[in-house]
Design a protein around this ligand. Structure first.
Ligand SMILES: CC(C)(COP(=O)(O)OP(=O)(O)OC[C@H]1O[C@@H](n2cnc3c(N)ncnc32)[C@H](O)[C@@H]1OP(=O)(O)O)[C@@H](O)C(=O)NCCC(=O)NCCS
Length: 171
């Protein structure tokens, strides 16, 4: 009997729920479109210098997908690519990050996605950083058990200035 290779494995989802699966090349143009949104960029603040630069985007994602230290999953909702959630250790501590296309906001999907991701990414502690005024992202982290542990300042490309950020930690 031949063994079936079914990666990425996707089971039938319950209505209204997200699924996580491995990122595929076909997701990248969708992520590119999602990260063009100006409101999303303002919220996330610490973004690419020029989100419209497709070449820089592809180079960044080649680096992401080639980095064995990064755990990253595509978020699916109703069969569509809604965004991604990941952890990287690029700045020392293991840090979680996520981005959802604007069409998927305000339905609890980021919270669901992060909660599911935390079942896969079991390393602790995990940090989460957000611009101090990114209320939605801070709430997502808090609802998944992260607590405020610090503050920092950094240059935010999307705002072209240094801004305050908060650091939350899941112990
Ligand atoms: C931040 C982001 C992931 C939130 O996704 P989402 O699916 O809309 O979040 P949820 O629906 O799970 O909402 C989580 C909480 O945030 C609140 N929230 C969502 N959008 C909000 C907004 N614009 N302002 C204030 N609160 C907001 C929700 O009410 C909910 O809190 P509650 O349960 O206490 O009511 C999404 O807006 C996004 O991808 N933004 C751009 C990229 C970004 O900022 N990434 C994070 C970088 S740190």
């Amino acid at each position: 009997m031949t063994e079936q290779t079914t990666s990425p494995a996707v089971q039938a989802p319950l209505p209204g729920t997200v699924q996580l699966r491995d990122v595929t090349e076909a997701d990248l143009p969708i992520f590119f479109e999602q990260q063009l949104d100006t409101t999303a960029n303002y919220m996330a603040a610490f973004t690419a210098k020029d989100p419209t630069d497709r070449e820089a985007f592809m180079a960044h994602w080649a680096r992401v997908l080639g980095d064995m230290g990064i755990l990253i999953k595509t978020i699916l909702f109703e069969g569509q690519v809604a965004g991604y959630v990941s952890t990287h250790g690029w700045f020392g501590e293991l840090e979680v990050t996520y981005w959802l296309g604007k069409d998927y906001w305000g339905r609890g999907l980021a919270t669901q996605a992060l909660a599911s991701f935390l079942q896969v990414q079991k390393s602790r502690p995990l940090a989460g950083r957000a611009a101090k005024d990114n209320v939605a992202s801070i709430r997502v982290l808090q609802k998944c058990g992260f607590v405020l542990t610090g503050e920092d300042r950094g240059f935010a490309n999307a705002r072209d200035e240094e801004i305050e950020e908060v650091i939350l930690t899941l112990a």
